[in-house]
Design a protein around this ligand. Structure first.
Ligand code: OGA
Ligand code: MN
Length: 208
């Protein structure tokens, strides 16, 4: 059975989930081999000094704030894709086309970065859409952590309604898992982990 065809067959359920709840979790967006390859590519780039500490705020106002977020990132270059990155883009592009076709989200492009949280790293409660920029429509997080255990922590915490007392959903960053949520609606945080935590994180955007 062709792996990519299986993936395509799973897309309608993903889109239904997003349409119904505004967020959805897909456990095998990437195969174990793709997950490992993408993680290795990220680790090589990290070792090669290609990452930088992630900032808080938009473009010119970006600043590193240890008390808010502890990850380092490396943006994917759409013009120069390593094979493992190409496999990810291919799936993301199929997802983007399906979202536009079924939900009319008007997505034009994606922006993605590797994110590496060292042990103990976290990202405090925040919203992905900037006050002065509403181009980010859907937040997309794909985890690259093989063999992750619940006891390792590092959950993505989603607040399901407005307000800090709203019900929360904690999602473990298991390898191959993809999480989608509407960027303007969901406050979320990354909890500290006992292992280094890897993902490719990004946003599907309408014309900005
Ligand atoms: C982010 C973020 C969530 C995660 O990078 O903005 O919220 O689970 N990431 O890594
Ligand atoms: Mn976020």
């Amino acid at each position: 059975m062709n792996e990519y065809e299986d993936f395509l067959r799973g897309l309608p359920a993903l889109i239904d989930g997003l349409a119904t709840h505004g967020h959805v979790v897909c456990d095998d967006f990437l195969s174990p081999a793709q997950t490992a390859a993408l993680r290795d590519e990220g680790a090589q780039r990290l070792a090669g000094g290609e990452f930088h500490r992630a900032g808080v705020g938009r473009a010119e106002q970006q600043a590193v704030r240890d008390e808010i977020r502890g990850d380092s990132v490396r943006w994917l270059d759409p013009q120069r894709r390593a094979p493992a990155e190409q496999a990810y883009w291919q799936r993301i592009e199929a997802l983007q086309a399906a979202l536009n076709r079924e939900l009319f989200l008007g997505i034009r492009e994606g922006e993605f970065h590797y994110a590496h949280y060292p042990v103990g790293g976290f990202y405090k409660r925040h919203l992905d859409r900037f006050r002065d920029d509403d181009a980010r429509v859907v937040s997309v997080v794909c985890y690259l952590n093989e063999g992750w255990q619940d006891a390792d922590g590092g959950q993505l915490r989603l607040w399901l309604e407005a307000g800090e007392d709203a019900p929360q959903l904690d999602i473990a960053p298991r390898g191959g898992r993809l999480v989608l949520f509407m960027a303007d609606r969901f406050w979320h945080a990354v909890l500290p982990a006992t292992q280094p935590r890897w993902s490719v994180t990004g946003w599907l955007r309408r014309a900005g």
